[in-house]
Design a protein around this ligand. Structure first.
Ligand SMILES: Cc1ncc(COP(=O)(O)O)c(C=O)c1O
Length: 371
């Protein structure tokens, strides 16, 4: 009966696409694939506030927000997010994945269309499928095709454009301002997923729906939607991934509140992050010459390899040399576009970054010479 499981696992192994968990030992390995961009998950103030919240509220929230799971910390966090994003209101979800799911499935249905960038995150794609709206995909950052799709889509009742702000596997930035302008021109709603931008880069443009996660540069867990008060009231009533799930643990809210305060007060963290990004993207060799690894627009620096097998081999060699960088393979990225997805964080040392750059140069000279 379960023969298909063995067959499919064998196929995955053969194609070099079999996934396994790797146990991380922070003592033996330098992590260059975490999304904890500002190192806030380990910031003393974040830990302190989370511990204080556990002492006051216990751990689990015990029920959904609309039943008995709503604490003052949940509401304080939403006020802080709204202020941080300069929006009227915000709604917090247990994860970013659930924020995308809840928002998109509430905003569009089978009478509507949702128009997305080809490289949008899986949570957006899953949400679009679940919404039953007609899914239309434009080539990566191709505004001309997006406009053509909008012109051809007048028959739909509602139109929603969704894009990542920083693309999660490529690290490049979406033309948010131009997309918002197209949305206004064609009377389409615009939604931007700021998961990898928050705390890292400011991007111009104000979409109707701003989505973000608390789980990356904020070092915590949770997702959010920020926008008009009407939008938030609507989602509180309609978003199934908000209504039918237990609220975030109060301690997670406390950690996120502390993280937002740190982002606003300890500006040197972001400066350090960008200094580190520049160190890897333009590292200086021993002879004084400069070598560009990759032009970086964010803390995500992918090194394109191509074959899944070769990617995993290089990832293993890096691991054997003390660096943990996971290989990214299909279906996360398109066929033939496997890569090492390096991420830079504020707490990495210059020495470690330079050591990684020389290792990359040794293991993949062609890729490391990308300009
Ligand atoms: C672009 C993007 N959106 C949404 C998510 C989901 O966020 P979370 O991990 O908080 O569920 C992620 C990452 O996981 C992401 O990279």
């Amino acid at each position: 009966m379960f023969e298909f499981i063995n067959q499919e696992l064998t196929e995955l192994r053969k194609a070099g696409l079999y996934r396994e968990l790797r146990l991380i030992d922070l003592k033996s390995h330098k992590i260059f694939c975490s999304n904890d961009y500002l190192g806030l998950s380990k910031h003393p103030k974040v830990k302190e506030r989370a511990i204080a919240a556990i002492k006051e509220f216990g751990f689990g929230a015990g029920a959904s927000r609309l039943i008995s799971g709503n604490t003052p910390l949940h509401e304080e966090l939403e006020h802080k997010i709204a202020k941080f994003k300069k929006r009227e209101a915000a709604l917090v979800f247990p994860t970013g994945y659930m924020a995308n799911l809840g928002a998109i499935t509430s905003l569009v249905n089978e009478n509507d269309t949702v128009i997305i960038d080809r490289l949008n995150h899986a949570s957006i794609i899953d949400a679009c499928r679940l919404s039953r709206a007609k899914l239309q995909v434009y080539p990566h950052k191709d505004l001309a095709t997006l406009e053509k799709i909008l012109q051809r889509s007048e028959k739909f009742k509602k139109r929603l454009i969704v894009t990542d702000a920083v693309f999660s596997m490529d690290g490049d930035i979406s033309p948010v301002k131009e997309i918002v302008a197209l949305g206004k021109k064609y009377n389409a709603m615009t939604m931007v997923d700021y998961a990898h931008a928050t705390g890292v880069v400011e991007i111009e443009g104000e979409p109707d729906i701003a989505m973000g996660t608390l789980s990356k540069a904020l070092g915590s867990i949770g997702g959010f939607i920020a926008g008009s008060q009407g939008l938030i009231d609507y989602l509180r009533n309609k978003a199934r991934s908000f209504i039918y799930t237990t609220a975030l643990p109060p301690a997670a809210c406390a950690a996120s509140i502390a993280a937002l305060e740190i982002i606003e007060s300890e500006l040197q963290l972001k400066k350090r992050l960008w200094k580190n990004i520049r160190t890897l993207s333009l590292w200086e060799r021993g002879d004084g010459s400069r070598q560009r690894v990759r032009v970086a627009e964010s803390s995500i620096i992918p090194i394109m390899i191509g074959s899944a097998e070769r990617t995993m081999n290089i990832s293993k060699k890096l691991f054997d040399n003390g660096f943990f960088i996971s290989g990214i393979r299909p279906p996360t990225v398109p066929e033939g576009e496997s890569r090492l997805r390096i991420t830079i964080t504020a707490d990495q040392s210059k020495e470690d970054i330079e050591c990684l750059a020389s290792l990359l140069q040794e293991l993949i000279p062609a890729a490391a010479r990308l300009t």
